[in-house]
Design a protein around this ligand. Structure first.
Ligand SMILES: [Zn+2]
Length: 259
């Protein structure tokens, strides 16, 4: 059933001098870097609108909202109810399609739904057979860049590491790559953000957990490599996994010795 309006609670929290948000009904979607409560609320609403539209488009089941009074909050958290007007987010897709028509004319071919990157992400093949990424950024502006631009140092040579905020970097110069601009399935991207968030809970004296974390990292790396090789068929794509360095981690258990 298609619904136009949803009300979902969001939790806004303060951490140091930054604000962030998370959703009780959509675990794993956490943003940390806002500068004010107002900015967090605005970003959360925009984020959730796009997310619900994406779920609708993929035919995923949108959960029933948890009543706001049922949320258990920590001291640094506040809850708000967000009203999401989905026709607004559906309209953005029409805007982007019109824009593509104007920018590329009728010769364009859109190769998009194969990749399920975001509801708005389009891969466009222009009349000269060049591929372009067209998407909508956080301010709801249309962004367009050549697919070639997601190369760094002239190559598709990436490394994956769990402790990065953006877990993909150029293997040569270390530049972070915008994960959401890569032609990867959105679900894979969300799973990776979840996985990265676990890095902070790894301890040097828990080798089995570190090993499991690395195994998942290797699975992600293989999936990313396969996806990118599928898109850049005529190019060489390298993606390598960098295992957790145990010397970067602290030891969880301290024993106090009796004299
Ligand atoms: Zn580079």
């Amino acid at each position: 059933m298609i619904r136009d309006h949803y009300y979902f609670p969001v939790v806004i929290f303060k951490s140091g001098d930054r604000f962030g948000y998370h959703f009780h009904d959509f675990p794993g979607h956490v943003i940390y870097y806002c500068f004010s409560e107002e900015e967090s609320l605005e970003m959360a609403k925009n984020y959730l609108g796009k997310h619900l539209y994406w779920m609708e488009k993929l035919g995923l089941t949108i959960p029933e909202p948890t009543p706001i009074e049922d949320l258990v909050l920590s001291e640094n958290e506040k809850s708000f109810l967000l009203e999401i007007n989905l026709p607004l987010y559906r309209g953005l897709e029409n805007d982007i399609l019109k824009w593509i028509k104007r920018r590329f004319g009728l010769a364009k071919t859109i190769i998009t739904d194969l990749y399920q990157v975001s509801p708005y992400y389009k891969l466009v093949l222009d009349a000269d057979k060049q591929k372009w990424i067209v998407d909508i950024n956080i301010e709801n502006e249309i962004v367009c860049l050549p697919l070639e631009d997601i190369k760094c140092c002239g190559e598709f040579n990436y490394k994956v590491k769990g402790n990065y905020a953006d877990p993909i970097r150029c293997n040569k110069c270390g530049t972070e790559l915008e994960l959401h601009l890569l032609p990867l399935p959105k679900l894979l991207v969300y799973e990776m953000y979840d996985w990265c968030a676990q890095y902070d809970h790894l301890y040097a004296d828990e080798p089995q957990i570190i090993n499991d974390f690395d195994q998942r990292g290797i699975e992600f790396t293989n999936k990313i490599r396969n996806e990118l090789r599928e898109v850049f068929k005529e190019e060489e794509v390298f993606v390598t996994y960098v295992p957790v360095d145990q010397s970067d981690l602290i030891i969880q258990t301290y024993y106090i010795m009796d004299e």
